[in-house]
Design a protein around this ligand. Sequence first.
Ligand code: SF4
Length: 323
Amino acid sequence: PDMMKQVEAGEKALDTDFPLEDKFEHLPDRPLPRRAPSAFLTVQEGCDKFCAFCVVPYTRGAEVSRPPERILREARELVERGVKEINLLGQNVNAYNGGDWTLAQLIWALNDVDGLERIRFTTSHPNDMSDDLIAAHGECEKLMPYLHLPVQSGSDKVLKGMNRQHTAEHYIRLIERIRAARPDILISGDFIVGFPGEEDEDFEATMDLIREVNYGQAYSFKYSARPGTPAAERSFVSAEVANARLQQLQALLTKQQRALQEAMVGQEVDVLFEKKGRLAGQMIGKSQHLHAVHVAGPDLQAGEIRRVRVVNSETNSLGGELL
Ligand code: SF4
């Protein structure tokens, strides 16, 4: 009627408002396709740390965090689609600051999402392990007792050359604080051997740090120059020396990983089953500590979490029986 009056008065009438009623509301909901029980959810991208060997700050740019509301909405959608475990992903994930939330605040909000059973996050920088994140490891029920916290080297000289912005002592004390909050936490790390300027005593300092921390899992690499990074301009450790150091370091890490796995034998763990195993009737899943666990369970479904007694330790997995 208002528009008619405008036309009768010789004015142009134009209504560009959308109808309040959403026509799509009448369409039936399409069921969302099911997802595997464990999913990654990107919460942060980029990095401001500029480690001397790394291309991420150049290729991915500055740190950017996604808004927490969107992450929570996506997490609920993932849960509706069958996801039980969310691994929050970011190149420097513990620097998360979306909407001024810390990563710990985001984890606590996810802890309240019904149907979500497990939360993990990766990858972190030691300098961004804030007090609230350490406390969350001790208090947040759904945050799993596993932390990937790369250190790269145990030598302060090499850490300085890498521009890691912390010392070996700082890292070791940090691990102590994290373990005080969550004594059974499994620590995972990254190591680079043969970084430019690494001498025998620097390598020995890395071996000492590994002995002190005792890793349950680790990734180790021989340094290789990334074009455009500051370290690429420096003189290399010979390939022969770097190879020998890598072998020695990996032998120690493997020994620690095996010992921690063997210590699980006889213990009870909760396993989130993900897929069928190689053998008929076998199912494979992950424990809270991210150990792969296989059991005989022909009736088990992916997505079930079941109590399992660990009965043996193999090269990269544990064997168990359902309780
Ligand atoms: S903190 Fe990680 S992502 Fe960032 S520059 Fe260092 S190694 Fe690269």
